[in-house]
Design a protein around this ligand. Structure first.
Ligand SMILES: Nc1nc2c(ncn2[C@@H]2O[C@H](COP(=O)(O)OP(=O)(O)OP(=O)(O)O)[C@@H](O)[C@H]2O)c(=O)[nH]1
Ligand SMILES: [Mg+2]
Length: 240
């Protein structure tokens, strides 16, 4: 699956277990140092950085497109898009008029702090702005890689099954907000919202949870209020 984070090595490596663990720790250590550098940059420029993570297709880009469209007159945004291939998502963001940089990871199954550092050097987001980083669609590897973000937001959609927080705990454990997306589809799928919430809270007691639908717009106000609180904009009046 991934050429860089070492997740493949567990199954296929001929190295001893110790070597694999050493290599992994080294990669993560290097990543953490660069993540701290990014974090310092964000703090100095008062940039609110959000790392959006989820399985492929849970609605990361849809959430961004709707948010950027609804709030662009009130907040300054920029976006870093992470995908293995294509500029599909960056094109969707660009269409909203928002500054966007695409990172193609090739075989890599996650963004790392170094890639984000490079993207920042090119795009130079404005002071006091909000930066969304859409990670590669993957519920596993991105959990291990701190990008220097202030908040990590995990999206789960109702077509994925309410057991996912238990099966992929690292992602839910390392996130501060969980968005349950596509609630417009609840009548058609076997997905118990109370159960997924209980499962997510089992993994992370402090996780905030918001249910919404990017398609119908239901619940989007709660997400905007979360953003508003985090960005510390006191006199923001929305018109969505
Ligand atoms: N019914 C419904 N469909 C949605 C909703 N949000 C997103 N979708 C659809 O789900 C599909 C995937 O959405 P994306 O926003 O591309 O998902 P993503 O997480 O960015 O996907 P990757 O970048 O490939 O990981 C699209 O066809 C969207 O139209 C929603 O709230 N309800
Ligand atoms: Mg996307």
């Amino acid at each position: 699956m991934c050429a860089t984070c070492g997740c493949d090595d567990h199954q296929h490596s001929h190295h001893s277990h110790k070597t694999v663990v050493d290599v992994e720790q080294d990669i993560l250590h290097q990543n953490n140092l660069l993540a701290e550098r990014n974090r310092g940059y964000f703090e100095a420029k008062q940039i609110f950085a959000v790392n959006l993570v989820s399985s492929p297709g849970s609605g990361k880009t849809s959430l961004l497109v709707k948010t950027l469209t609804d709030l662009k007159d009130f907040l300054e945004f920029s976006v870093i898009e992470g995908d293995q291939q294509t500029t599909c998502d960056a094109d969707r963001i660009h269409a909203t008029g928002t500054k966007v940089t695409q990172i193609n990871t090739g075989k890599g199954c996650h963004l790392d702090a170094h890639m984000v550092l490079h993207a920042l050097q090119g795009m130079k987001p404005k002071d006091n702005s909000t930066l969304f980083i859409e990670n590669v669609g993957n519920l596993v590897c991105p959990a291990m890689f701190d990008l220097g973000e202030k908040e990590r937001v995990v999206i789960i959609s109702v077509t994925e099954g309410d057991d996912k927080p238990l099966k992929y705990p690292d992602m839910f454990h390392s996130s501060t907000l969980c968005i349950i997306n596509k609630i417009d589809l609840l009548p058609y799928v076997d997905f118990n919202v109370e159960k997924v919430k209980a499962n997510a809270l089992k993994v992370n007691h402090q996780l905030e949870i918001i249910e919404l639908s990017c398609t119908s717009g239901e619940g989007m106000d709660k997400w905007y209020n979360w953003l508003k609180t985090k960005v510390h904009v006191s006199d923001l009046s929305y018109s969505y």
